[in-house]
Ligand binder design. Structure first.
Ligand code: ZN
Ligand code: ZN
Ligand code: ZN
Length: 368
């Protein structure tokens, strides 16, 4: 699989006129090599010429963690007294057009630009983004496994197995994260727990707020689950529970949200533009009078990174193709009172939209 990714990357480089691809920290490197660089002040850099052998430059002390794949890349450890920027510059040589990983530290890019003044630069995502956005069968299987693990935690929440009343949002957030790990994730990326009025802030930071009976609690959590090839794929799910029966206002709004989310999932067929999936959810919410309270895009792509192409947003006319994996997560937020969001990961497929999250979509009532 890695060999195929290398050849697809080189084909994209050739098409775009990119001579050398440089990857450091960030998701492109593990996606391509199975090796994830620690976010260190010491430089790790994969140098991929469009037609030549790839070299993975790593600090000597990191080398034992790298599994060399000689048919794909050789490992070049650098010592504490070496100048790794100069080594990269030498490997780049006279190449005129470089693409560099989007999340590379600026300090390394600035130093590279000083040593390679005649070079033009572009973002590596120009090369890798469209390739990464379309998942192969192994990647879809890995995303499905991660989503099902997240579903199991959501089911625990909905079954009332996670105590809520009297605990702080932060405590419940830690609990959700521990359960993601127990269900097979190797890393927790986030676990938003927002109670009552706090749920009106879509990216609320769980804090010392104590959860009370009668509230709707929004839980949006996800992590990364290791895949057999050394990479890892992300989960991301949002479910809301009501501690006790919800008010009529909340129940009515949730019915609109549920309808909008399911309609947008159903609309995510191959050939449909990403912006149309967004529009389907937005029309239903707007027609119910909640339009201004749905202030974010409907979704984002997901893979080795929790947010990546394709984005389900107005203005993105990209048509869905088989293998596009993305979230569908409309929300309705009433400042000062309550908020709600319903999120699944969906894969576009020839047979129709393939939702990876299957846990209950209703506003489940729990005792607390
Ligand atoms: Zn989410
Ligand atoms: Zn999401
Ligand atoms: Zn449903």
């Amino acid at each position: 699989m890695s060999a195929e990714r290398f050849s697809r990357v080189r084909a994209a480089m050739a098409e775009q006129g990119t001579d050398v691809l440089l990857l450091s920290v960030g998701p492109d490197l593990p996606w391509l090599t199975g090796y994830e660089a620690m976010p260190l002040e010491r430089l790790t850099m994969l140098v991929v010429p469009v037609d030549g052998d790839a070299t993975l430059l790593v600090p000597r002390l990191e080398a034992p963690r790298v599994v060399e794949k000689p048919d794909l890349f050789t490992v070049h450890p650098w010592d504490e007294t070496d100048d790794p920027i100069a080594i990269v510059a030498a490997l780049v040589g006279a190449a005129g057009s470089l693409a560099i990983g989007d999340k590379t530290w600026a300090r390394f890019l600035v130093d590279l630009q000083a040593q390679l003044p005649a070079t033009s630069w572009r973002k590596a995502s120009d090369v890798t983004g469209p390739i990464r956005a379309v998942k192969d069968a192994d990647e879809i299987a890995a995303l499905r496994a991660a989503s099902h693990a997240a579903d199991r935690v959501a089911a625990q929440l909905q079954a009332g197995e996670i105590p809520l009343v009297g605990r702080t949002e932060a405590e419940v957030s830690t609990d959700l994260g521990n359960r993601l790990i127990a269900e097979g994730h190797h890393r927790v990326n986030f676990a938003i727990v927002a109670a009552g009025e706090n749920a009106a802030s879509p990216h609320h930071e769980p804090g010392s707020r104590v959860i009370r009976s009668g509230e709707v609690v929004l839980c949006d959590f996800g992590g990364t689950m290791a895949a057999p090839d050394g990479t890892g794929y992300c989960s991301d799910i949002t479910r809301c529970v009501s501690i006790g029966e919800p008010s009529a206002e909340v129940a009515e709004a949730y019915a609109v949200l549920h309808e909008a989310q399911q309609a947008a999932v159903a609309a995510a067929t191959v050939g449909t533009a990403c912006e149309e999936v967004d529009a389907v959810a937005r029309r239903i919410i707007t027609d119910a009078g909640f339009g201004p309270r749905f202030m974010h895009r409907t979704g984002h792509g997901i893979g080795v990174e929790e947010h990546e192409d394709p984005y389900v947003v107005a203005g993105n006319g990209t048509p869905l193709v088989p293998g596009h994996a993305f979230s569908v997560e409309p929300g309705i937020y009433t400042a000062g009172s309550w908020g709600m969001r319903l999120e699944d990961i969906v894969v576009a497929a020839d047979a129709g939209p393939d939702p990876l999250n299957l846990s209950d979509h209703r506003l489940v009532v729990v005792d607390g």
